[in-house]
Write a protein that binds this ligand. Structure first.
Ligand SMILES: N[C@@H](CCC(=O)N[C@@H](CS)C(=O)NCC(=O)O)C(=O)O
Length: 289
């Protein structure tokens, strides 16, 4: 199917195909749909490796960081060769609702492009910013109905704000995800400046904020068996916003096997993420079977 043909195609379950292209023997697609969770049109990408008819493959969810759409990792994440080799599907959602009618903010780290994977309770954000429900309920149901995914074999990862999403979601649903990793994640938003976003989305509700803070979740008893985290030591956000030592301490106290790999000289960009992407995919694939 050409890209022009694909653009008009409806792949079922209310999904519209924006584009498809063959890559590494599989298909890289971009899709959009009307989201009940956000009340907007949402766009996401899916890479499906070559597979036998009727065969179902494990999936890795990739949650992106501040300012990103699905396109940043799709264009720059360098995941396809590893996903084709390990035979894993890769799904990349957007980071927030978008559109002229969706509330936004002048700050680059709040509003559109910065949904923080929460269901906002505060006006005006609560009308559309329901990214937790979108990523944990609506999108999984949609992709399970439309792609050859074995939903018993799911892993989750993400970058920066998306690492925060991956960690908090895996800690909340430990039975759903067999593997969790992150690239330069925000690990303790209630203790760093970026966490002000939680206050604006969730209001003055300390318990709600702790449910969206990986370190707080672990302190409050949530558990995963093990974690892989890569972090560049030349990342400009490292000491003020990311603070992996807080995750290290929480995991040590909780008995969670954290493999925190400080990567010398690496920054916060996709040049860092793409360097270690194949490692993460191999790590997930080994646990997804
Ligand atoms: N303020 C900067 C930094 C934002 C930033 O570093 N975002 C990270 C995630 S937290 C990212 O992946 N940016 C997109 C990219 O590098 O393609 C900007 O607006 O570009």
């Amino acid at each position: 199917m050409s890209q022009a043909q694909a653009a008009a195609a409806d792949v079922g379950a209310g999904l519209e195909t924006v584009s498809t292209a063959r890559s590494h023997g599989g298909v890289q697609g971009v899709y959009r749909h009307a989201s009940a969770a956000t009340g907007t049109t949402m766009t996401f990408s899916v890479f499906v490796p070559e597979h036998a008819p009727g065969e179902r493959l494990p999936v890795i969810w990739y949650l992106s960081g501040l300012t990103c759409t699905h396109a940043n990792v799709t264009d720059k994440g360098e995941f396809r060769a590893a996903c084709a080799r390990r035979r894993v599907i890769f799904v990349a959602p957007d980071t927030s609702p978008r559109g002229q009618d969706v509330p936004d903010d002048d700050a680059w780290d709040f509003g559109q492009g910065a949904g923080f994977y929460v269901d906002a309770t505060q006006a005006p954000w609560s009308a559309n910013y329901r990214m937790w429900r979108y990523v944990t309920e609506e999108l999984p149901a949609l992709v399970a109905a439309s792609f050859p995914i074995d939903m018993a074999r799911q892993g989750i990862t993400g970058h920066s704000m998306g690492g925060h999403g991956a960690l908090t979601i895996a800690l909340t649903y430990p039975d759903r995800f067999r593997s969790v990793s992150a690239f330069a994640p925000i690990v303790a938003p209630t203790q760093v400046p970026w966490g002000r976003a939680l206050h604006r989305y969730l209001g003055d509700d300390p318990a709600a904020k702790r449910r969206h803070d990986a370190v707080a979740l672990i302190e409050d008893g949530a558990r995963v068996a093990e974690l892989l985290v890569d972090q560049g030591d030349a990342d400009i956000f490292l000491s003020e916003q990311l603070r992996p030592e807080l995750l290290q301490r929480a995991c040590a106290d909780a008995g969670i096997a954290l493999d925190l790999r400080m990567q010398p000289g690496y920054d916060h960009s996709y040049l860092f993420v793409s360097t270690f992407m194949a490692d993460h995919i191999a790590w997930h694939a080994a646990r997804l079977g």
